[in-house]
Design a binder for this molecule. Structure first.
Ligand code: URP
Length: 264
């Protein structure tokens, strides 16, 4: 749902915001999860009534008995092209939760979060075996990056990733500009689908269609996560201590980049 509206218009779209635990979408999904014995990841526009009616881009995780296991909020909010999502919702405050489900340890890296390697990293640190990336992105913007980012994250973090993108083209009722000096327009560009799954050994499935809705059914062996760790040692050699120390320094306002100038 958060990906159905990406212009600057708030109305009527904000009216679709709902409670993560009790809203109509969650109730609908709970029935399906129970009926089919599935774990369902349900992206919604969340209305947080407890905290000033704040809006969040949230994915709700529903277990096989229809129980809400938890939720994760989008950490990184795009300000690129026509994706002006900071107009609608705030940077997430749920960290990098991993949900230990009947089918394995899962996490959700929402859409634009896939451009941030440290976001993927933290889900791995918290023990994720599968990280899902529900997205809505268009050809002109991100298609060259699409086959690379989630696949690379699977390799770097020794877990499975699932890059999921919608298809179609939205035509909005009112014109808007892309803040690039070009004429106003009403279309958003083509959402190119191409969803795929990637494994910690670097293999991946074929992508789904660029134009039609699709369902990707794939069998995965979670043992591959540990086998990849033992084989490559990426996790063992990642030197978190080194980076924790460097990053602690780098975020200070008076940080001086560690550059050695050539003495000319
Ligand atoms: N919905 C969303 O975060 N889109 C941003 C575009 C992208 O990351 O490719």
């Amino acid at each position: 749902m958060p990906f159905a509206f990406c212009t600057r218009e708030k109305q009527p779209w904000c009216e679709f915001a709902e409670d993560a635990e009790t809203g109509p979408t969650t109730q609908f999904v709970q029935k399906l999860a129970r009926q089919f014995g599935m774990v369902i990841l349900s992206p919604i526009l969340e209305r947080d009534g407890v905290h000033g009616d704040t809006l969040w881009n949230t994915t709700v995780v529903v277990g096989t008995s229809g129980n809400v296991i938890g939720k994760t909020r989008k950490n990184h909010i795009p300000r690129v092209g026509d994706f002006n999502e900071s107009t609608y919702y705030m940077e997430g405050n749920t960290g990098h939760k991993v949900f230990n489900t009947k089918f394995g340890k899962i996490a959700i890296n929402i859409c634009y979060g896939r451009h941030h390697p440290q976001n993927w990293l933290m889900y791995g640190i918290n023990g994720a075996e599968m990280v899902f990336n529900p997205s809505a992105t268009i050809g002109g913007l991100s298609e060259p990056l699409w086959p690379i980012e989630a696949r690379n994250a699977a390799i770097a973090n020794s877990y499975f990733t699932f890059a999921i993108n919608r298809v179609g083209t939205e035509i909005f009722p009112n014109e808007f500009t892309s803040a690039d000096g070009k004429p106003a327009h009403r279309d958003f560009g083509h959402f190119y689908g191409s969803s795929y799954a990637a494994a910690p050994d670097g293999s991946r499935t074929p992508g789904l269609s660029r134009t039609n809705d699709g369902l990707l059914v794939t069998e995965i062996d979670l043992n591959l996560c540990r086998q990849a760790k033992d084989n490559w040692g990426f996790r063992m050699t990642q030197r978190l201590d080194l980076y924790a120390e460097s990053l602690t320094k780098a975020i200070k306002p008076d940080y001086k980049p560690d550059v050695v100038d050539e003495n000319l």
